[in-house]
Write a new protein. Structure first.
Length: 367
């Protein structure tokens, strides 16, 4: 059976035995970086951030109206944000206990003895309430914010089960809620309602995904021997993914805990891709960089798959744009990763052969 010749950098290799040590070490670095990316993507978020949802909650009224007191819902139905202006405001918990305190100077404090402090750590109140949490105990205040603004989970603003409400459907109101406040000694109520929204159309992102798959496959096929083509594909995807990820992160307050992976993964992929494209690297190095960057984008896409089929997204970006970029990024990342894996795997099982001979006298692989 005829030997198969491939090139790594500027050296020609023939299948059958090992390649030089630097190639094997480089491949190990690539696999390690890929595994670290997968581990980073699988790690749990530090908080329960706003997520895509099919329910839209909105503040109906603040009664009585107080000048400078404003409230809004963030992330569809995930968080409520309260903004005050020079008033002393107390938000009451589920048992009527003091929960949050907004001072006239803008300082925001949380009562760590309030059961609501623990129940509000996640959307579905799955956190255990410790014994020291007691609605009847004197408050113990801990500062959590400043500037007279703060956002928090409040279960009076959203549907509390993972399954949809029985007997209702898209377009139906599913919740009426009231959050009680005390403003300068006066009782105030924030009225909230939540509506089940119709799901999004699949057409925009599905069409974009098909077009991206066709374009990506053609580009990789015609540039099979040019690592820059694969690397350029994944770098372009990383840039647009970075825009969407940063946009989403900046759309919600910091205390809501937007995951760092929303922007860190595509930023890392863009930096790796740009550096590999610009530097005087070998073909093998560029393929390794393309693989690491592509895996980062695949992980980013998997973490965001629920944006494709939920009505409300936790971003101020146009929802259709967020979905299209997610689909295109995932498709291009998979194509680039496959092309890089095939090329690197061939390089791993090759030895110097004829033509290029020992040091690269036979010309080089296009880079």
């Amino acid at each position: 059976m005829a030997d198969v010749a491939v090139r790594v950098g500027r050296t020609s290799y023939t299948s059958g035995t090992k390649v030089p040590r630097w190639v094997r070490r480089g491949a190990r670095v690539v696999w390690l970086a890929t595994l670290l990316t997968l581990a980073f993507g699988a790690s749990p978020a530090a908080a329960d951030p706003p997520r895509p949802t099919d329910y839209r909650s909105e503040v109906v009224s603040i009664s009585p109206a107080i000048p400078g007191l404003e409230a809004r819902i963030i992330g569809g139905d995930s968080f409520i944000e309260l903004t005050t202006s020079g008033q002393d405001v107390l938000v009451l918990g589920y048992d009527g206990e003091p929960y949050l305190r907004f001072d006239a100077d803008g300082t925001v404090s949380e009562n760590v003895r309030s059961p609501a402090r623990w129940l509000n750590l996640d959307r579905y109140s799955e956190t255990s309430v410790p014994a020291e949490a007691d609605a009847t105990a004197p408050p113990e205040w801990e500062q959590v914010g400043s500037g007279g603004r703060y956002a928090w989970h409040d279960h009076r603003t959203h549907w509390m089960l993972e399954i949809p409400p029985l007997g209702l459907g898209p377009g139906d109101q599913i919740l009426d809620g009231v959050i009680p406040l005390v403003v300068e000694g006066e009782r105030v109520e924030i009225a909230v309602r939540s509506v089940w929204m119709p799901g999004p159309s699949w057409a925009p992102w599905l069409i974009a995904g098909v077009v991206a798959a066709t374009a990506g496959a053609v580009a990789v096929a015609f540039g099979a021997n040019r690592p820059r083509v694969c690397l350029g594909l994944v770098t372009a995807a990383a840039v647009v993914a970075t825009i969407v990820g940063v946009w989403q992160t900046r759309s919600v307050p910091r205390e809501t805990g937007p995951p760092i992976a929303h922007w860190a993964l595509p930023v890392s992929a863009a930096v790796i891709g740009t550096g590999a494209l610009a530097g005087p690297w070998s073909a093998f190095t560029r393929r390794g960089a393309a693989l690491v960057a592509a895996v980062q984008l695949v992980v980013w896409t998997v973490l965001r798959l629920d944006v494709l089929d939920h009505a409300i997204l936790p971003t101020s970006a146009p929802f259709w744009l967020d979905r299209v970029v997610t689909a295109v990024t995932g498709v291009w990342a998979v194509i680039a990763a496959y092309a890089a894996i095939v090329a690197i795997s061939r390089s791993m099982y090759a030895v110097p052969g004829g033509g290029g001979g020992g040091g690269g006298g036979g010309g080089g692989e296009p880079v």
